[in-house]
Ligand binder design. Structure first.
Ligand code: CUA
Length: 330
């Protein structure tokens, strides 16, 4: 899910990277064609003419050819490429996001992403929303080991290092869903550490912020009281927080709006009821080594827990089939 293509840039930084990539590609292609063309020409000539080719060319022109073809032209190409690489570095480095820009913090965990909006008091998981056409400030850090934050359609990679905050910026010039990946080997499930970046228009972004800020409304907690009790009793609360309820665990992802997310398990499963059930009962079967232990819940208790979780975070159909909103205007 989500676009993952550094050659289809959706922002100024990725556009610069794609430009440099194509420049290198075409220069390399031209050099390849010329060198192999000459080689082929020489091979065919040797076959048809049985003379000693070495003596064919006089010493003077031969030395000049080596000097120009082997020294001058490669040097010129490298200087030009160096110039463009410098330009790319300048574009990627700045200018930084303005002071009033939205600040987003990404924390890499084994093996998921905690995304924080410190000025909005929002924490999401594996999902980063930003408004189209605005440069946002991104602060990345590592929660356990070194990871690397990479959204190929938007920007280059940046390492998330425990105890250090690396700052850069993100900007999307068109809307879309862009897939991000962890780009630094970080353990067994390094390959299953994806996240989604959703670039949306400003108004839609504001609506999302408003929904995400809201804790779980009282009436939802009452309607799904059984599921909420299971959530408390089965130890989910030990690791997960659900804002507005007694669940305040900090080890795992914040689940206040889990139903609004596109995927489960950092991009490995579509977020639907069946996958949520499978993940809850035995997350180890889907993603061995992750920190969520198997939880043996069956029958009605499991269904009640799923009802509760699926009510967290947006407009969802209620068990009776009527739809309800979580109390916040969309
Ligand atoms: Cu996190 Cu690789």
């Amino acid at each position: 899910m989500g676009e993952l293509n550094s050659l289809n840039p959706a922002g100024p930084a990725a556009a610069e990277i794609a430009f440099l990539w194509w420049l290198l590609f075409w220069i390399a292609t031209v050099v390849f064609v010329i060198v192999f063309g000459l080689l082929l020409f020489e091979l065919l000539r040797r076959n048809t003419e049985s003379q000693n080719v070495q003596q064919d060319i006089k010493k003077g022109p031969r030395d000049r050819f080596i000097l120009i073809g082997g020294g001058l032209i490669p040097a010129l190409i490298l200087i030009v490429v160096f110039g463009f690489a410098l330009r790319s570095m300048i574009v990627l480095a700045g200018p930084p996001a303005p002071d009033e820009a939205i600040t987003i913090q990404a924390v890499g965990h084994q093996w998921w992403w905690e995304i924080r909006y410190p000025n909005e008091d929002i924490i999401t998981t594996n999902e980063l929303w930003l408004p189209v056409g605005e440069r946002v400030r991104l602060e990345v850090t590592g929660g356990d080991v070194i990871h690397s934050f990479w959204v190929p359609n938007l920007h280059g990679k940046i390492d998330t290092i425990p105890g250090q905050t690396n700052v850069f910026w993100l900007e999307a010039s068109r809307d879309g869903i862009f897939r991000g990946e962890c780009a630094e080997f970080c353990g067994l499930q390094h390959a299953n550490m994806a996240f989604m970046v959703r670039a949306v228009e400003r108004a839609e972004f504001e609506g999302w912020l408003k929904r995400q800020r809201a804790p779980v409304p009282e009436f939802v907690q009452e309607q799904y009281a059984v599921g909420k009790a299971v959530f408390q009793a089965e130890g989910c609360v030990g690791c997960h927080a659900v804002r507005g309820t007694p669940a305040q665990g900090q080890l795992g992802p914040d689940l206040t709006h889990i139903a609004s997310r596109m995927t489960l398990g950092a991009g490995i499963l579509e977020n639907n009821r069946g996958n949520l059930a499978g993940w809850t009962i035995n997350a180890q079967a889907h993603k061995p080594g992750n920190k969520m232990p198997p939880i043996y819940i069956e029958g009605e208790r499991l269904q009640a827990l799923l009802d509760y979780c699926q009510s967290l975070g947006g407009v969802k159909p209620s068990p009776s089939g009527d739809s309800f909103s979580d109390g916040v205007e969309v």
